[in-house]
Ligand binder design. Structure first.
Ligand SMILES: [Zn+2]
Ligand SMILES: [Zn+2]
Length: 131
């Protein structure tokens, strides 16, 4: 009996230490609340239904892809030239009706890493240094 009474003040102390004044992470809320360090949201926004869903970032089509405006009604194949400096490889792309966004680079250069390697190795006088 005596032991239980002894432990109560300690627990109350510990709780006070852990709970900190926090600010809700929900954009546009900014409400202050008391909670453990891992708490990110106020009482209202702790319920996921009250939070704005994060939308996936739509990558800029001009970086990885190109806009190819056309009015073809059948699937056709068109030859493009890779715009990476030092590549200039030709590649075939299937053009589909109503689809306007297509890869901009040859198969080799669809990763930013590969594009950088080719551009770094390119020498304007010697030409393509890699491959
Ligand atoms: Zn909130
Ligand atoms: Zn290329």
């Amino acid at each position: 009996m005596g032991r239980i009474l002894m432990r109560l003040p300690y627990r109350a102390y510990k709780k006070r230490r852990i709970e900190k004044l926090r600010i809700c992470h929900e954009p546009g809320c900014g409400k202050e609340f008391y909670g453990p360090p891992i708490a990110k949201y106020c009482d209202f926004h702790r319920d996921i239904r009250n939070r704005v869903r994060k939308r996936k970032k739509i990558s800029d089509p001009s970086v990885e892809n190109m806009l190819f405006d056309h009015s073809f009604r059948e699937v056709i194949e068109i030859e493009f030239t890779c715009p990476v400096i030092g590549c200039g490889r030709k590649f075939i792309i299937k053009i589909y009706p109503k689809q306007l966004i297509y890869p901009k680079f040859c198969e080799e250069h669809r990763s930013a890493y590969r594009r950088r390697i080719t551009e770094v190795n390119y020498h304007p006088l010697k030409g393509v240094a890699c491959n």
